[in-house]
Design a protein around this ligand. Structure first.
Ligand code: ADP
Ligand code: MG
Length: 698
């Protein structure tokens, strides 16, 4: 095995336990450590005197420990606090350890001179202190100038200290950095003026004391630039190759059906929006072409994606093929079925709903009919349609909102050459869509049907809740319905559940005594959730308290108020999607974000964007700027590999350059067969695995 592929466990100091912790953080090999870049730096180049220490600033100080006290305050279950006096010629300050007092007491007894580093705070007794400082013994003969340096700070598992993390990375880099191979072909590297990979890695992990700290902090040194380009180039090359492989496949040709479409449009009680017309044309053209379609249609909730989906289905069926329409939940599938059936019936399209509630015999007969070609369209959940369903001639798979708020896992019906149309209600900023679905074609349904009013959104404090409850009661008295949504945070799932449950109970017995309160939470079985949603949709519940949000994807035009608890825990894009659930009927929608009591001004400011921004793409851009791409990429389920050097907000320009360069390179060497492409090929194999079939390319 190549040394970069060696397990971290074989590095000095990393035993099985630490290896396990690192593994949980996504670090398995020596190579992973080498590419684990610091996220900030500490400036330890100057050693001011204690008298020059400033409260709130971080600093390194050189001096001696001149006194030690162990304090045992009451109420800490006997745990001691260590308080040492640190002095130089100019004065003294305290070093404080709240944990492991005995251990540090022993450590500091071991040397005379110390270099200490930490954030300077005011101590309760009026002096200065460093809490949990980094400390380093300085030998009598050692020249302190040799200790001047800029130190990297790494993201790390909680139970591994920063010092240990630093030494693991340093060891990995020292021994193996020259083995790291760049995926950027030499001619590209030269043209872009990038420094060699090993130099760049050495520099970012241990910058020399004369490095420019502000460039380091902004990740804008030449070394950072080289690493960022490296990462984005390989990523874009992978995406472009995947796209090329897809388009090299032979797809089905399904010619446009203009008469059928006119007939369909005449069935609608409204005119399609300009955006709907444009996107329908884009989809139609893809389907008529000989390459398989892979298109993502993005559009806010209510932008009318169903019409676009049906038009595509019609084109497939008129061309003699079958179509499948898949939704994430049973209820959403039913909703689509109910919307589409009248159109399909009028146009002679034989449609069935593959529901989980069907008996075995009924499900069987639908599957048989699909296999025999007696059905044109099947609607169901992803699971139902993907599992063991065979088609006689599947031409089109439409996949609705399979992602859960942004994380898009692409589904494919195995072994079919069918066209794929993905629908998403979470608009993705362009930079992200290049990374997440750069191999897809993207259409934006960026225009709402006429007369649709934006949902009025207000951020309130929880102290204003009584007035909110009055407003809800008034709406419900007029026959409207309301949602109250709680975020579901995995680690505190129980807590949220308790919150929502007690909220539902106290509302039912208090403010909403005369209304019907329903509860929907993640612990319920799918059928139970379904039953509650059904009652809400049928109007048998006035207010729905929900800890789980995907089921809220259902269309209930009568719902006019959406209340979101702990809105700070949601991404803005999620909040936008949530509020799209109200105001779908004749009444204007109202969305109330009930901020928790301990909101920072920044957090409130972020929420207030929702008050003034009504376009989903604008919200998504703001969200990306404020929270970074984690929400979209977080789980790495998106089909694109994670990024460590690049930041998709900061590095937009580099991303575009990398895409351009990758495109040019692949145009010259589409098979990656030139010697200069060898390492790129290797990097792609490593990072993309079998998501790219490189063997076929080469
Ligand atoms: P999405 O799936 O994008 O959230 P839907 O397809 O469910 O949106 O459409 C939302 C509502 O808007 C539906 O009631 C639909 O009939 C209606 N609608 C769709 N297109 C138009 C349009 N061009 N003009 C008016 N209403 C429309
Ligand atoms: Mg929809």
């Amino acid at each position: 095995m190549a040394p970069l592929e060696d397990s971290v466990q074989f590095l000095k100091g990393v035993g099985p336990r630490k290896a396990e912790l690192l593994h949980n953080a996504g670090i398995d090999t020596v190579g992973d450590l080498i590419f684990w870049l610091p996220f900030r730096y500490e400036d330890r180049r100057r050693f001011p005197t204690v008298s020059a220490a400033r409260i709130g600033e971080e600093g390194s100080f050189l001096g001696a420990i001149t006194g030690v006290r162990e304090v045992r305050p009451r109420g800490r279950r006997g745990r001691a606090i260590l308080n040492a006096t640190f002095s130089d010629e100019s004065g003294h300050m305290a070093l404080v350890w709240f944990n492991q007092a005995a251990y540090f007491k022993k450590v500091i007894a071991g040397a005379e001179r110390w270099l200490v580093y930490g954030r300077v705070e005011a101590s309760r007794r009026g002096g200065l202190q460093l809490v949990h400082p980094d400390i380093e013994a300085v030998g009598e003969s050692e020249d302190p100038a040799a200790l001047a340096r800029i130190l990297p700070v790494y993201h790390k598992p909680t139970d591994i200290s920063q010092a240990a993390m630093r030494s693991f990375v340093a060891r990995a880099v020292e021994a193996n950095v020259t083995r790291a191979r760049s995926g950027v072909p030499e001619p590209v590297r030269k043209r872009m003026g990038l420094c060699p990979l090993a130099d760049a890695l050495r520099f970012v992990h241990s910058p020399p004391p004369d490095a420019d700290l502000s460039l380091l902090a902004a990740a804008q040194t030449d070394s950072h630039k080289a690493l960022i380009f490296e990462e984005l180039f390989v990523l874009q090359a992978g995406i472009l190759l995947r796209k090329a492989q897809r388009s090299a496949e032979r797809g089905l040709i399904m010619p446009a059906a203009p008469e059928g479409i006119s007939e369909f449009l005449s069935l609608l009680p409204f005119e399609p929006t300009g955006a709907q017309r444009r996107v329908m044309a884009e989809v139609s053209k893809d389907m008529a072409g000989s390459q398989p379609m892979n298109r993502l249609v993005q559009g806010d909730v209510g932008s009318g994606k169903t019409v676009v989906a049906y038009a595509a289905i019609l084109q497939a069926v008129r061309a003699g093929y079958q179509a499948a329409l898949m939704a994430p939940t049973e209820l959403l599938a039913e909703q689509h079925f109910a919307t589409i059936t009248p159109w399909a019936r009028a146009q002679g399209i034989k449609t069935a709903l593959l529901s989980g509630q069907l008996g075995a015999a009924e499900a069987r007969s639908i599957r048989d009919a699909l296999e025999a070609g007696d059905l044109d369209l099947v609607v169901g959940t992803h699971a139902l349609v993907q599992e063991s369903t065979r088609f006689r001639s599947l031409g089109l798979a439409v996949i609705d909102e399979q992602h859960r708020f942004g994380v898009l896992q692409r589904a494919a019906l195995k072994g079919s050459a069918a066209d794929t149309l993905l629908l998403s209600a979470t608009p993705i900023p362009r930079t992200l869509s290049l990374v997440l679905f750069g191999d897809l074609d993207v259409s934006a349904l960026d225009e709402m049907p006429k007369g649709r009013k934006p949902v009025v959104t207000r951020v309130i404090r929880s102290s204003a809740r009584p007035r909110l409850l009055e407003r809800m009661a008034a709406a419900m008295s007029e026959g409207r319905q309301c949602y109250i949504v709680y975020p579901l945070v995995e680690e505190s799932e129980k807590l949220e559940l308790a919150d929502a449950t007690s909220m539902a109970e106290s509302l039912q017995s208090g403010a909403f005594k005369s209304f019907r309160v329903g509860l929907l939470h993640g612990r319920m079985k799918a059928e139970e959730k379904d039953a509650v949603m059904r009652r809400f949709k049928a109007g048998d519940l006035d207010v729905l308290v929900a800890t789980t949000v995907i089921e809220v994807g259902i269309d209930v035009p009568n719902a006019s108020i959406m209340v979101v608890e702990h809105p700070e825990r949601f991404g803005l894009a999620q909040l936008h999607q949530l509020r799209g659930r109200v105001g779908r009927g004749a009444d204007e929608g109202f969305c109330c974000l009930v901020a928790g009591p301990e909101q920072s001004p920044e957090s409130l400011e972020r929420l207030r964007i929702m008050e003034t921004t009504s376009d989903g793409f604008d919200v998504a851009e703001a969200d990306l700027r404020l929270r970074g791409p984690g929400e979209y990429i977080g789980t790495r389920q998106s089909g694109a590999p994670g990024l460590s050097a690049a930041n998709l907000v900061r590095d937009v320009k580099t991303l575009e350059m990398a895409r351009e360069e990758a495109d040019v390179w692949l145009r010259d060497d589409p098979g990656l067969s030139q010697p200069e492409s060898r390492m790129l090929r290797h990097a792609l194999e490593k990072r993309w695995g079998d998501r790219l079939s490189l063997a076929e390319v080469g």
